[in-house]
Ligand binder design. Sequence first.
Ligand SMILES: NC(=O)c1ccc[n+]([C@@H]2O[C@H](COP(=O)([O-])OP(=O)(O)OC[C@H]3O[C@@H](n4cnc5c(N)ncnc54)[C@H](OP(=O)(O)O)[C@@H]3O)[C@@H](O)[C@H]2O)c1
Length: 334
Amino acid sequence: MNAPRARPVPEAVGIVGAGRAGLTLALALRQRRHPVWLWVRDSARREALLADPAIGADPGLRLDAFPQPDWAALPTVALAVPDGALLDVASDLQLRGALGPQALLFHLAGALPASHLEAALRALPSLRLAAAHPLAALPDLLTLAPGPPRRAGLRALKGATWALDGTPEALAALRRLVGKLGRHMLQLAPADRAAWHAAAAIVANDLAALLMVGEAVARAAGVEATAIRAGHLHLAHSALQALAALPTAAPLWRGLTGAVRRGDAATIGHHLEVLQQAALATPNNAPLQAAAPAHQLLSSVLVETLATAQALDAAQLRALRHALLAAASKLSGG
Ligand SMILES: NC(=O)c1ccc[n+]([C@@H]2O[C@H](COP(=O)([O-])OP(=O)(O)OC[C@H]3O[C@@H](n4cnc5c(N)ncnc54)[C@H](OP(=O)(O)O)[C@@H]3O)[C@@H](O)[C@H]2O)c1
């Protein structure tokens, strides 16, 4: 009988930065059996990672205080540091002799192209430079308990769409690696990356800001804080689920619910009135101050989108535009 053939061990990957993105990438690669060498600059964080039973005891995950010269043998190194630190980190790796001359070196920044790294790496012209930005809000996995909570955090990366950039040789290698972590990839022109990242910030970070505004409004109305959090998160999930249930080609307005969709101008006018009163009553509350302008502006986006789609009748449209214009004029002091 033939002995079972041993599965080849995938190539090791070096990762600089053990924050949200770096640690998530490291654990996702470990799930795919890649050995990982992780540069964890902060000693307290390194200790905490070593003390974590699911991380510190993993023989396939090396936690380095800094990249040593043996990093130069790694075929792939990822930079998971803040955008402003990329050039310093890249030139630091070069000075330490920690980059092989032909390595694939990629960063995870959404707004920057692969060529951003060139300025720091003039002594290594044959490096294959790339950029790979996963469209996901990645949590700090160290703060999530091992087991289901951490696996749920890792799923954020699994479902992500990745925006890739780089030289043809770099892209070929990058696609092989990223293809193991997720199914959705697209190539983005360098000049388009800032807009891509701005869109990501609107959808992820500004959504969080809207939840903060909603929480402030409900608190000002005297609703208990824990009830608001649970209630609003459920509401946001259900709104997103309604949008996710649409066929991909359907416009988003088809998944819309609420007063604008119903053409209920009196309710929108009433909302804006109470939001303006709440802001006047509590001048030092930034989310509360933003509530009326944000609701006015975003409701206008909905109204005009529905108008273009001819999804409201003429009387509804007139009344909605009138309510929104009246609020805008009050907000600008007119
Ligand atoms: N988090 C996300 O949802 C997400 C999603 C997609 C892409 N990204 C991208 O991933 C990159 C990192 O973001 P992040 O959210 O992971 O940031 P983060 O949580 O703040 O982590 C950044 C990490 O980089 C380390 N670092 C900073 N400067 C360094 C240096 N000079 N040398 C070595 N390590 C250094 C930090 O270490 P210290 O603690 O010692 O400062 C920290 O561990 C960014 O380009 C971001 O656009 C993030």
